[in-house]
Design a protein around this ligand. Structure first.
Ligand SMILES: Nc1ncnc2c1ncn2[C@@H]1O[C@H](COP(=O)(O)OP(=O)(O)OP(=O)(O)O)[C@@H](O)[C@H]1O
Ligand SMILES: [Mg+2]
Length: 239
């Protein structure tokens, strides 16, 4: 469904993403992990058309290389951000409707927006100002606004960051529901290995913009290269 070929991004001297190849199959939950500064968020920024880059990106059988962000959103690619980005002056319902209008496969769809609001569990907060939600609420709202664009693929950037165990369980359930009930393909960047091993079918590890390994999570987490470069010896001992 999403095929990345020779993806390379340089910021001046720094090669943030270096000849990266990977393929996400339709219906998968696909994980991406790696140390801070590995280039994970940059990969999302390239897929969504925020920067120029070298290489080729194919989505749904079409070459989307170099398309601007609004055209990529209309093709069915949505994302969330590492730090929740919301409009604090809008209420929850309005925020989700903005998402619906932006994705615009058919324009603002109020009925679908209301369904999304219920789906992410924010029906009681419908008229509350987005800026007053707690962190979990803001995250659910950001996912809701992304879902309102009617995506075929949803790319989540560290959705669990700053969450406690209960919130993590809650968000994991939501991600599973998005994948299983809505049939949306999901890519998730995450640092919590337990989350990745439970949710994902395939896990890509990158370091300094390059692929270290890519396989089923149980194979990836016992790969000596991954333990050495990312997980650390204590992870291997705890397992
Ligand atoms: N717009 C930019 N201009 C210059 N350098 C950038 C820019 N965006 C990212 N970088 C650099 O590219 C490298 C990769 O950054 P990126 O944010 O993709 O890492 P990451 O894997 O998402 O890290 P983290 O786990 O901390 O979120 C870093 O060295 C970062 O400083
Ligand atoms: Mg990042």
């Amino acid at each position: 469904m999403l095929k990345v070929d020779g993806l390379t991004k340089k910021f001046g001297e720094l090669v943030a993403v270096n000849s990266l190849n990977f393929e996400v199959k339709e219906g998968q939950i696909y994980g991406i992990a790696g140390p801070n500064g590995a280039g994970k968020s940059t990969v999302y920024n390239l897929i969504t058309g925020n920067y120029r880059y070298e290489g080729r990106i194919e989505f749904d059988g079409q070459d989307i290389t170099g398309l601007p962000p609004y055209r990529i959103a209309k093709k069915g690619i949505a994302r969330t951000f590492q730090v929740p980005e919301i409009f604090p002056s809008l209420n929850v319902q309005e925020t989700i409707r903005v998402g619906s209008r932006f994705g615009a496969r058919g324009g603002l769809d109020k009925k679908h927006s209301d369904e999304v609001l219920n789906f992410v569990g924010l029906e009681e907060e419908r008229l509350q100002h987005a800026g007053l939600l707690n962190l979990l609420g803001k995250k659910k709202l950001m996912v809701g606004a992304a879902l309102a664009t009617k995506p075929k693929i949803l790319m989540l950037d560290e959705p669990m960051a700053g969450s406690n165990a209960g919130e993590i369980a809650d968000l994991m359930d939501l991600i599973k529901k998005i994948n299983q009930q809505l049939g949306i393909t999901v890519i998730i960047i995450e640092h919590f290995m337990k989350v990745l091993t439970e949710l994902t079918e395939t896990l890509l590890i990158i370091e300094s913009g390059r692929m270290i390994c890519c396989d089923r999570p149980e194979i990836v987490t016992s790969d000596p290269r991954v333990i050495e470069s990312y997980l650390g010896d204590s992870y291997a001992e705890d397992k």
